[in-house]
Design a protein around this ligand. Structure first.
Ligand SMILES: Cc1ncc(COP(=O)(O)O)c(C=O)c1O
Length: 375
């Protein structure tokens, strides 16, 4: 059997067109983009073209894009940068279901005297706009709420949340690591001040990302050096990967409309197939307001480890719960959503991608039917 990859939320392969765009910058075009000779100039041009392509996908100005090493760095830049600008003691708001790349910088600043409110979510993983409005205090310096959740795929009503934030003059950061390249992420429609992009979640290489910083928004840099990226992110640019990120953005744009519905159908085929196979499955996350590729499914009566074993090492998925010996720790996302223990312990994230086929889905269903049913 060929291996089956259903873990695209963890990382995607580099798309062939992306690799093709990168190759010259890994070989013949190697100049330092800051150099004024032609070796440098051609590389600078490639970076600026990539910046345009990222900006096109997000619907912003190229000058509002800063290249980073990925989502973790972009998130840290915003949270720690705003903390530094706001001064000790100020207040931050985030949600309980953020990725550690937001939660940990928040916990870090708490240790330095900042206050952080971690908003709860409902059973679908949605933040309540009224709870956000109530949480805002006169010294709230930043709201950081993710776009689509990496585990369950639930998509927040960011436009609704940013209306509340802007009416109270609080800047809004959106970790869109899982949504850029999968669904429309136009910054003007979302109304965000900062938005995080992760290349390897949509067919660009690992170790490259971007941060959208709305024009006129003040953010002190985290690193200091020779002034690259308008002084926001000094250090000689990760040229080939940046070119790859630009190419991935260009590639994603026309696919948004076709791939979303196709992957949603495949996910439905998976869920319905498991039900028909007689397995007691439950979908976690919002049934509609969710990423079309993300299917977090609880197998009632089974631990995640048993489901993973039933799938074998050559079918790649992610467990929604960590098993250590007899102890099963449900993910913080499922706990925040109030998913009962008997379901959260058997949660598996299937995340589909451009290469996923009906045949692969059917193989997965068959394998689980054979290995789990009656156990
Ligand atoms: C929502 C979200 N934010 C941030 C990250 C961190 O991305 P990276 O490890 O590429 O920095 C991830 C990765 O899974 C994610 O899903």
């Amino acid at each position: 059997m060929n291996r089956i990859y259903l873990d695209y939320n963890a990382s995607t392969p580099i798309a062939p067109k992306v690799l093709e765009a990168m190759m010259p910058y890994l070989t013949s075009k190697f100049g330092n983009p800051s150099s004024s000779h032609s070796f440098g100039v051609e590389c600078r041009a490639a970076i600026e073209q990539a910046r345009e392509r990222v900006a096109n996908l997000l619907g912003c100005e190229a000058s509002e894009i800063v290249f980073t090493s990925g989502a973790t760095e972009s998130n840290n830049m915003v949270i720690k940068g705003i903390a530094k600008a706001a001064g000790k003691g100020n207040h931050f708001i985030t949600s309980q279901i953020e990725h550690p790349a937001v939660l940990e910088p928040c916990r870090h600043i708490e240790r330095f005297g900042y206050k952080v409110t971690y908003l709860p979510v409902d059973k679908y993983g949605l933040v309540d706009p009224d709870a956000l409005a109530k949480a805002i205090m006169p010294d709230t310096a930043l709201i950081s709420i993710m776009h689509a959740n990496n585990e369950v795929g639930t998509i927040q009503d960011i436009a609704g949340l940013t209306k509340i934030a802007s009416s109270r003059n609080v800047p809004f950061h959106n970790d869109a690591a899982q949504s850029v390249g999968k669904i429309s992420c136009r910054v003007s429609e979302l109304g965000v001040d900062f938005l995080t992009v992760a290349g390897h979640k949509f067919y660009a290489p690992k170790g490259v990302g971007a941060l959208y910083i709305k024009r006129g928004t003040k953010l002190p840099p985290m690193m200091h050096g020779a002034g690259h990226e308008h002084g926001m992110r000094p250090g000689t640019e990760n040229l080939a990967s940046i070119v790859g990120l630009g190419a991935a953005c260009e590639l994603a744009m026309p696919l948004l409309e076709s791939e979303g519905p196709r992957q949603k159908k495949l996910g439905q085929r998976l869920f319905e197939g498991l039900k028909r196979a007689g397995l007691n499955v439950h979908l976690n996350g919002h049934p509609e307001k969710k990423l079309p590729n993300t299917w977090n499914i609880s197998f009632e009566g089974h631990d995640a480890a048993a489901v993973m074993e039933a799938l074998g090492k050559d079918i790649a998925v992610s467990p929604g719960a960590a098993c250590h010996g007899d102890t099963v720790n449900a993910s913080h996302v499922l706990v925040a959503m109030g998913v009962p223990d008997k379901l959260s312990r058997g949660a598996i994230r299937f995340s589909l991608g451009r290469e996923t086929t009906e045949a692969e889905i059917d193989t997965v269903v068959e394998k689980l039917k054979q290995n789990l049913k009656g156990k």
